[in-house]
Design a protein around this ligand. Structure first.
Ligand SMILES: [Zn+2]
Length: 184
């Protein structure tokens, strides 16, 4: 009999949010998608001013939406609450670091990017299908995957050219009319 060990179910671990430095605090399940409310794991340097090193006081919070990898083909969106602080000395304002979760200004989490790249390169999905699974626009998915492909394959530009040609070919196969079916 195989040695099987179960541990307590944990939504954050199951959705690999722990890898992104996020803690899940709520869920909203809808027929066409799931939204996970998250907060950023407290960091050692959250409260210290990036400019002068002074201590920051909590100011407010901001929200950031990130497309995450889909589970069971149901789009999963992260609604991340990010704390902001104001320096008590120089009045500089900053927010918690979310670089583990996503690139600055990115619409996709790092796990979503990885999923999208593998879906296109390894599973041969179209950009349109990937965009639908992530609940983002075709352009958002395409731009993110191209950028991630460049980053991953940066050490081997020739290999990147081959991959780029491959998924651009798939993009051309997806009729432009299909853009209208993708949820924006
Ligand atoms: Zn300061």
């Amino acid at each position: 009999m195989p040695d099987v060990t179960f541990v307590r179910p944990d939504l954050g671990v199951f959705c690999r949010l722990d890898e992104l430095g996020l803690e899940v605090v709520g869920q909203r399940l809808e027929p066409d998608g799931a939204v996970l409310a998250c907060r950023v794991e407290p960091g050692e340097f959250d409260r210290w001013c990036r400019r002068c090193g002074g201590e920051g006081a909590p100011r407010d919070t901001v929200s950031r939406r990130l497309a995450h990898e889909p589970f069971g083909w149901r789009p999963t969106t992260l609604l991340v609450t990010i704390r902001r602080f104001r320096c008590t000395i120089c009045r500089h304002v900053w927010r918690q670091d979310t670089s583990k979760a996503a690139e600055p200004r990115a619409r996709l989490s790092r796990r979503a990017l990885r999923w999208a790249l593998e879906a296109i390169v390894c599973q041969h999905l179209t950009v349109a299908r990937v965009a639908e699974a992530l609940a983002v626009s075709w352009d958002t998915a395409n731009d993110a995957v191209l950028a991630e492909g460049r980053r991953v394959l940066i050490g081997d530009p020739a290999r990147f050219d081959a991959v780029r040609g491959d998924w651009r070919g798939r993009a051309l196969l997806a009729p432009h009319a299909s853009r209208g079916q993708v949820r924006l």
